[in-house]
Design a protein around this ligand. Structure first.
Ligand SMILES: Cc1cc2nc3c(=O)[nH]c(=O)nc-3n(C[C@H](O)[C@H](O)[C@H](O)COP(=O)(O)OP(=O)(O)OC[C@H]3O[C@@H](n4cnc5c(N)ncnc54)[C@H](O)[C@@H]3O)c2cc1C
Length: 468
């Protein structure tokens, strides 16, 4: 990084909120430790006015801005590249829940509030803030909006785009766009708020948001069912959905490989005496009792030969234990060479889910036979996280050599099945060189036109999202 005087920035946000050297280090590497970069400083404004002032300073000095929330993103989008003078702009100090409007079914928050804090604030007002996933305690609403995050409840409540009503955004030149409206309907032209959803910090810095709240479920129960045959996975999903069209809030695939590893790592009892290759973890929830519905679903699944066994959570604590298995399934923390691995966040039309899983397995078996390959995740949304990684030090060189061809062949499958390479994690640095084939050239041209209009100097998170 060149030597740029940061005294003006210190004056804008306070010297304690301009981190350099060792203090900045944690923000310069991503959660998976796959990406690392450099920046002049990590700047931590506390208000929208401070964000605007910092953005004006950056515009004046031609400084690149990489917004950062909880730094839990899985695509390297929040890691500064350091190839141009840049700052990481952390929203972590903007943690106010400004209002919970129970009557209007909305919540207004600053961008640095965590998903978990929003869930808790909604619950205290007898409402539900629906988004939920393993990183809930660290991931921020700003990051979730910027990646159009999904998670476990999408099957019932939709993804982040479906939750956002209005936004406040600081633009590249420091102007503030106040679109913080809670209107349910507004047909006066382009939907700017949703333009920023999924924009990965490339169009502006989200500073505040108004999101939707839903009725808090009075009843909720989860069960894990052992599948007879993965080929019939989507029959199990169809059955769950038809049994409880409004109450099915999560439908997740868990492979035995991952469940056993989580149990071993955390010294937990495995929920099944007789192991299956795959399980689904389902949650039924709503304002009416769900126990009978869940029992009907499991009985019908068993009668139809779809499931061999089930573990039903009888208490909230047991339910938490089942969901812990799902939360801990991602390979970070489970496998030493996870950062070498190939992480997929693909979605395909749901009827092609099993074909996708099997095709990826076949390619992995062919090109990286010693690697561990397992798929898990939000199959109710057609979104499967396949993970392929080397297990031992000795396997790493061979895996590295196979990875480019592995990646190319899998991407071809995704495009061929009409899918997407990023269902919920964003493109970031990770998929930037791979996504081009997924959309027609005119679509990328339109996106570039929008980017150039909002960020003519290409200073907002360059090097992510748009293919080179
Ligand atoms: C264990 C684990 C499980 C996960 N499970 C899921 C899951 O099930 N579903 C899912 O969708 N994600 C999941 N994630 C990924 C991650 O939590 C989400 O992508 C989340 O939305 C990132 O939020 P963040 O605040 O950490 O953002 P960051 O990682 O800090 O940033 C992510 C992107 O958003 C941009 N950004 C951040 N804040 C702003 C802002 N205020 N304005 C503009 N741009 C901004 C960054 O520049 C970057 O491009 C998981 C992550 C982990 C570690």
């Amino acid at each position: 990084m060149p030597d740029i005087d940061l005294d003006r920035v210190r004056a804008l946000v306070g010297a304690a909120n301009v981190l350099t050297d060792a203090d900045a280090a944690p923000a310069l590497v991503d959660w998976r430790t796959v990406y690392a970069g450099d920046a002049l400083a990590v700047v931590r404004p506390g208000t929208t006015d401070e964000v605007a002032a910092v953005m004006s300073w950056c515009a004046e000095h031609g400084i690149v801005v990489v917004p950062q929330g909880g730094n839990t993103g899985l695509s390297g989008g929040a890691t500064p590249r350091g190839t141009r003078p840049c700052i990481a702009l952390s929203l972590q100090r903007m943690r106010a829940i400004e209002s919970v409007d129970a009557a209007g079914w909305t919540m207004t928050v600053q961008a640095g509030v965590t998903i978990e804090a929003m869930q808790e604030a909604a619950a205290a007002a007898d409402r539900l803030f629906a988004p939920d996933w393993g990183a809930r305690g660290s991931a921020t609403i700003g990051g979730a909006i910027a990646t159009d995050a999904g998670g476990n409840n999408v099957v019932r409540y939709g993804n982040m785009r479906d939750q956002v009503l209005g936004l406040e955004v600081v633009l590249a030149d420091g102007r503030v766009w106040d679109g913080l409206r809670s209107l349910r309907k507004d047909s006066t032209g382009y939907d700017l708020a949703h333009l920023f959803v999924g924009s990965e910090g490339t169009l502006g810095v989200v500073t505040r948001a108004v999101v939707k709240l839903h009725p808090a479920p009075q009843y909720q129960q989860s069960a894990m069912a052992a599948l007879t045959d993965l080929d019939r996975l989507m029959d199990v999903f169809a059955l769950a959905r038809s049994t409880a069209p409004d109450a099915l809030t999560a439908f997740e695939l868990l492979p035995e490989t991952g469940v056993a590893k989580v149990c071993d790592t955390f010294d937990l009892a495995h929920p099944f005496a007789t192991r299956a290759d795959f399980y689904v973890l389902v949650r039924f929830a709503g304002t009416r009792p769900v126990t009978d519905l869940l029992a009907t679903f499991l009985d019908d699944a068993s009668a139809a030969g779809l499931a061999t066994d089930a573990a039903v959570a009888a208490t909230a604590e047991q339910e938490q234990r089942l969901w812990f298995l799902r939360d801990e399934l991602p390979p970070m923390g489970l496998y030493p060479h996870q950062a070498e691995g190939l992480k997929l966040d693909a979605a395909v039309p749901i009827e092609r889910m099993v074909a996708f899983h099997d095709a990826v397995r076949a390619i992995a078996d062919e090109l990286a036979p010693d690697a561990l390959a397992y798929g898990f995740g939000h199959v109710g949304d057609g979104n499967l996280h396949m993970t392929i990684l080397p297990l031992t030090d000795d396997d790493v060189p061979g895996f590295r050599a196979a990875k480019p061809e592995l990646t190319r062949r899998i991407d071809e499958i995704i495009v061929g099945l009409g899918g997407t390479m990023s269902a919920e994690h964003g493109v970031g640095q990770e998929l930037r060189s791979r996504v081009a084939a997924q959309k027609p050239p005119v679509e990328w041209e339109l996106m570039r036109t929008i980017k150039a209009a909002l960020d003519p100097d290409d200073r907002l998170n360059p090097g992510v999202l748009l293919p080179e």
